[in-house]
Design a protein. Structure first.
Length: 305
């Protein structure tokens, strides 16, 4: 990829042929729809918005402060469609391109940006790879070298669904790491959105859904519930960011926190693989996996512990 400047003039374009999602039974098929992906989403989001142009776009055009729960739910649902949506994957990619087509502005340094600049759009997608790789060392097990290559290849397939071209993302893992380290060194910082995400008093409204009695109970309990939730969010963001990304953004991490994360991960590794599928997988993933098993005589992908 070329230099990730906010003034890059090209733009993500609809693919000439509608690309398919990554393969059923592949690594993303096992990972993206599982509840562990919910734990990694805040860290991936923080890495995205640590880029000044992405952070400025989210700050100016997103409802993350006023509708944080709704935005998180929509993001999770969209991610599920990229991987499990079948024919809906391309439609979701087109919807996102349309949604972002007119998002423009200037970052905190006055540099112009466009959301569909492939350098920015590609970075938003690419962040999922290093976060997933790092987080799985705690929440699952380390990927083998072959699995890391397969995982990146599947992320590139998702890039095609979203309208990124072959040349918009590093072609191999070996090309990914120099690109990633250059962005860390030259582009990233603790943007206002990152600071809000890790602040002990950051924006975290009560979740709006549920029956009226439940909503009332949540509102009453929220002053007591909100502070530990904010601490947990900061802990998961900081701990599940790869150490080099954590350093680039300036987030401190202590040996005591590292021990806590290892203990937390040990519990997750024991509990999640033993959950029944309706609990372990999110709805879109659960339905797609069930349909895939019916179509293949019950054969599923390799379980990802």
């Amino acid at each position: 990829m070329g230099h990730m400047g906010a003034g890059h003039q090209s733009q993500v374009r609809p693919p000439r042929e509608e690309p398919g999602p990554p393969p059923a039974g592949g690594l993303l098929w096992e990972l993206v729809g599982e509840v562990r992906s919910v734990l990694t989403l805040p860290a991936a989001t923080a890495l995205q918005v640590a880029h000044p142009a992405v952070g400025a776009g989210v700050d100016a055009h997103s409802a993350f402060r006023t509708d944080l729960w709704g935005r998180a739910g929509r993001s999770l649902h969209s991610m599920q469609l990229w991987v499990y949506g079948g024919e809906q994957a391309a439609a979701e990619g087109a919807r996102l391109r349309h949604l972002h087509a007119h998002i423009t502005g200037r970052d905190g340094y006055g540099r112009p940006y466009r959301a569909l600049d492939p350098a920015l759009y590609g970075w938003v997608l690419a962040t999922g790879y290093p976060v997933m790789r790092h987080a799985h060392r705690y929440l699952g097990r380390p990927f083998t070298a072959d699995e890391e290559r397969r995982l990146w290849a599947e992320w590139r397939q998702v890039g095609g669904v979203l309208g990124l071209r072959e040349e918009d993302l590093p072609r191999t893992v070996e090309e990914f790491w120099p690109y990633y380290r250059r962005v860390l060194a030259e582009e990233l910082e603790a943007t206002a959105v990152v600071r809000d995400l890790v602040a002990p008093d950051g924006p975290l409204p009560p979740p709006p859904g549920g029956p009226a009695p439940v909503r009332l109970l949540v509102r009453v309990a929220w002053p007591a519930v909100r502070p530990p939730l904010l601490r947990l969010r900061r802990f998961l963001i900081t701990g599940l960011l790869p150490p080099d990304a954590r350093e680039a953004v300036g987030l401190p991490w202590t040996p005591r926190q590292e021990r806590r994360l290892r203990r937390f991960g040990a519990v997750v590794r024991v509990v999640v693989p033993r959950l029944p599928e309706p609990v372990r997988y999110l709805p879109v993933a659960r339905r797609a996996r069930a349909a895939h098993r019916r179509g293949t005589g019950g054969r599923g992908g390799r379980p990802c512990r």
